[in-house]
Each structure stands twice: as structure tokens, then as C-alpha cells.
Design a binder for this molecule. Structure first.
Ligand code: SF4
Length: 400
């Protein structure tokens, strides 16, 4: 099996806000400590909807990267890179497009939604139709085992899996596969080679799932095998195909949904966002002027937290006793709204202090961010090139 790997990207939208932090970045930060992660700026994806005005993409890319670092994405743990600096993504996208049925792309639910949602833009383009396929290439090129997604993105991962499966089915018939697999078996050493054959026979002739699991575990432990030999032996166990692309799993992320200041989705374009590194005075003013339950016209009017966007902030930021204090105080008019908002202001300021600190060296010397990303681009490209060598070979293209 190929090593576990998580891949996730974000379109360059410029500076990040708290919606991004609670919706995605906190998950990234958690995952980077658990397994190898590749996080990338999806600048080509930005072009699928902003092809007519690309002027902000580059600045947005660097602003966003700085905020990732400020938030705690750690370049010593995760690989940070820019999609367009790894041109192999485009090559794989092109090659996958040869065999991807048009209907698969047209039925992706977000395709029609986005066309309706962005009705002011002409999205009847080849690039826009193909963006889920580019997303598939972004993930498959790293043979990622997992892709962190929200519920709405699950169909995209499902399509990635179908594309990988179809690719392996069409192109996984390696010339001389059986001979190469038998050569790889010999590399296991005589004792393990005999066991491999026994387990393979038990699985193929009797459907013995335990034998399959035991053989896979043995291969996982066979550190002297090259990655490609290991893959051959995995394929040989179950049939006679080589797994060139890996079917990734959707990892559903338990993101807290932090709404905007007005209760709608947090978005810079709605003017309801709190930046990731907000100035303290601006932050305080923004929260103090947040709308509250309209029933609380006067201080003495009782309110209902469920009707108030401030309550959603307490859900994310406050401990149970504070939340209880809000519930009781609001419904009994025992507390005023400004009083209620103060713990939220204090919590956000506390959350953002380390972000300001982490950002400072990068603000003082922006070349540090460039250097981190240059290293990330190189590391990502190396992995992408490994996959592309196998893809080209499988599709009958020259690697020379
Ligand atoms: S007391 Fe708090 S929860 Fe209730 S309306 Fe005011 S701000 Fe909202």
C-alpha cells in the first residue's frame, strides 16, 4: 500500500477570516500532527471562476499563505505549496480527461448550483466544467489516502474514487505483470515468499478474507520492497492488476460553523467577517455592534439566544458555565447584550494573540514565506513526478 497522506487545498481568497479558521484551518492543524499532509493554494481553481479578472490571485495567494502560518499550519510538519508551481497537476488533469465521461462532470451537484449561484458570470467554459476533474488530479497525483471535506464535497471525493478505479481498470494491465510480480515475491525471502503464495491461494480459491488481511500486513512490514513492487504484490494478491492511482477516502471534518457577524455565512463580500489577525479595537467594535435578538429592544426585554448570532459565537468560544449564564441571563433580561458580548471579545482576542505573534517574523521578512513555499513546491513536485512516471508508462507514453 502507498503511505497514508492527506491532501487539501484552498482557493486563494486573500486574508483569512474566522470562518476559514473554524471551518478548515483548525482541522488542518490537528491533522498535520497525525499524518503527512500536503496543503496547497488552488490558484488554478481560482481561474475557473475568475478567469476574466486574475489580478488579485497572486497577492491573495501570499496573504493566504501568511495566514495559514499565523494560524499554526506548521511547515515542519506539513508540505505547503502552490498548485500552479507543480505543473504535473495539469498533466494528470489532461490525461484523466481523455477517459472521463462528460456525464460524470455534468452530474456533480455543485456544478449546476454554482452556475445558478454565480449567474452574473459566464461559466459555460471548458475549465469550469472540468474543475472537479482538476480537483481529482490534485488529490490522485499524491496518491492521497484521505481528503478532508464537508458534507457538500463528498460527491467530489466519490467521483475521484470512480476516476481512480476507472484509470486502474483501463491502464493497470502492466506488460509482463505476472513475471514482475513473481520477481517481487522472490525479494520477500524464501519463507515469506512461500507464505505469500499460500495466503494468495487461500484468498483467491476460497475467498479467505483473513488470509488477505494477513498477506497485506506482511507486505506492509516488508521494508526491503520498493513502493512499486509492493503495489504489484498488493494487486497480485487480489487479481492481476497494478494499482496506479489510489482511491482516496473522504474524511468528514467536524467543523464548527461560525456564522458572520449578521448571522449569515461569514464572507468578506458580505462585510460580516472578522479577520484572522484582526486589530483589537476593530474586533471589539465589530462584536459590540453585532445585531442581537430583535426582541430585545430595551435592556429590560427578555430575549432568546437561538435567535441571536452572538449565541453562535458563544457556542464556539464559551465554556458550559458561560453558555448557561448567557441562556439564563438573556431569557430573564438579567444581562445586557454588551455584557453578553464581552466574553466573546475576550476569547477571540486570546485566540488571536498567538496568531499575531506567529505572523510577525513573516511580516518583518516576507522572503521567509517564499522560502517555505519554494521548499514545499519542490517536495510536492517530487511526489507528483513519481506518480506521473507510472501514469505515463501505464498509458503508453514515453518517460524518456
Ligand atoms: S443577551 Fe446575548 S444572546 Fe441574548 S440577545 Fe443579547 S447578545 Fe444575544
Amino acid at each position: 500500500m502507498y503511505p497514508d497522506r492527506v491532501v487539501s487545498g484552498m482557493r486563494p481568497t486573500g486574508s483569512m477570516h474566522l470562518g476559514h479558521y473554524h471551518g478548515a484551518l483548525r482541522n488542518w492543524i490537528r491533522m498535520q500532527a497525525e499524518q503527512p499532509c500536503l496543503f496547497f493554494v488552488a490558484d488554478w481553481h481560482a481561474l475557473t471562476t475568475h478567469y476574466d479578472d486574475p489580478s488579485i490571485i497572486e497577492k491573495s495567494t501570499w496573504d493566504m499563505l501568511l495566514d495559514w502560518l499565523a494560524a499554526g499550519v506548521d511547515p515542519t510538519q506539513a508540505t505547503l505549496f502552490i498548485q500552479s508551481r507543480v505543473p504535473e497537476h495539469a498533466e494528470l488533469h489532461l490525461l484523466l480527461s481523455m477517459a472521463t465521461p462528460l456525464g460524470w462532470l455534468e452530474r456533480v451537484p455543485t456544478y449546476k448550483d454554482q452556475i445558478d449561484h454565480l449567474a452574473n458570470k459566464d461559466l459555460q467554459t471548458y475549465g469550469f466544467l472540468g474543475y472537479p476533474l482538476l480537483q481529482a488530479a490534485d488529490v490522485l497525483i499524491y496518491r492521497a489516502s484521505e481528503v478532508p471535506v464537508g458534507d457538500d464535497q463528498v460527491p467530489h471525493v466519490e467521483m475521484m474514487r470512480e476516476i481512480a478505479r476507472r484509470f486502474n481498470h483501463l491502464y493497470g494491465k502492466e506488460k509482463g505483470f505476472e513475471e514482475k510480480a513473481e520477481d517481487a515475491v522472490k525479494k520477500l525471502g524464501s519463507k515469506r515468499a512461500r507464505l505469500y503464495h499460500e495466503l494468495r491461494t487461500a484468498y483467491q480459491q476460497e475467498g479467505d478474507a483473513a488470509a488477505l488481511a494477513q498477506a497485506k500486513a506482511m507486505l506492509d512490514d516488508a521494508h526491503n520492497l520498493s513502493m512499486i513492487d509492493r503495489e504489484r504484490l498488493f494487486g497480485y494478491l487480489e487479481g492481476a492488476r497494478k494499482l496506479i492511482l489510489v482511491e482516496p477516502q473522504a474524511r468528514l471534518t467536524a467543523a464548527s460553523r461560525l456564522p458572520g457577524l449578521d448571522g449569515r455565512k461569514m464572507s468578506k463580500s458580505y462585510g460580516n467577517a472578522i479577520a484572522l489577525r484582526e486589530d483589537k479595537a476593530v474586533l471589539t467594535r465589530k462584536v459590540r455592534t453585532m445585531p442581537t435578538d430583535p426582541a430585545r429592544v430595551r435592556r429590560s426585554d427578555a430575549g432568546e439566544p437561538e435567535r441571536c448570532p452572538v449565541w453562535q459565537f458563544h457556542v464556539v468560544y464559551s465554556d458550559p458555565p458561560t453558555r448557561e449564564w448567557v441562556q439564563q441571563g438573556c431569557r430573564s433580561a438579567g444581562i445586557g447584550c454588551l455584557e453578553c458580548k464581552q466574553p466573546v471579545i475576550d476569547a477571540i482576542i486570546k485566540e488571536q494573540e498567538p496568531m499575531h505573534e506567529r505572523a510577525q517574523p513573516y511580516l518583518n521578512d516576507p522572503s521567509l514565506v517564499r522560502a517555505i513555499v519554494a521548499d514545499g513546491n519542490e517536495a510536492a513536485r517530487k511526489l507528483a513526478q513519481e506518480t506521473m512516471r507510472d501514469v505515463r508508462e501505464a498509458m503508453g507514453l514515453s518517460n524518456g
